[in-house]
Design a protein around this ligand. Structure first.
Ligand code: HEC
Length: 89
């Protein structure tokens, strides 16, 4: 009796966990890391990103967004990455 209860209970928990993965199936696209975006898109035409001011980073990411065919989200991520990169130089 105790074993049956235990089995039913664990089957129940398991089903909930399994259903949970199904419900979460189409994962919301998570914000991408700017460095990752740079490596995937910009290194096709460029080497390591040059040091630049924050203003310059804004202009560059707007220009290069067209060249690299980035989504707004990726362009924004890369812009922050370039600006951060500038601060650390
Ligand atoms: C298809 C090739 C290509 C891709 C992809 C590309 N670029 Fe460029 N990039 C160029 C060319 C060519 C120039 C020369 C200036 C121009 O024609 O706009 C340039 C210029 C630049 C410059 C210097 C010019 C300026 O505005 O000061 C920077 C910085 C730069 N790119 C960054 C990036 C970043 C960041 C990415 C990724 C989001 C990227 N590029 C993707 C081709 C590319």
């Amino acid at each position: 009796m105790k074993t049956t209860l235990c089995f039913v209970l664990s089957a129940f928990v398991f089903t909930i966990l399994w259903a949970g993965t199904l419900i979460g199936a189409p994962q919301p696209e998570k914000a991408r890391d700017g460095e990752e975006v740079y490596k995937e898109n910009c290194t096709r035409c460029h080497n390591t990103p040059p040091a630049m001011s924050e203003r310059h980073a804004k202009v560059v990411s707007a220009h290069m967004r067209v060249r690299a065919n980035l989504t707004a989200r990726d362009a924004n991520a890369v812009m922050h990455y370039l600006a951060e990169n500038a601060k650390s130089k």
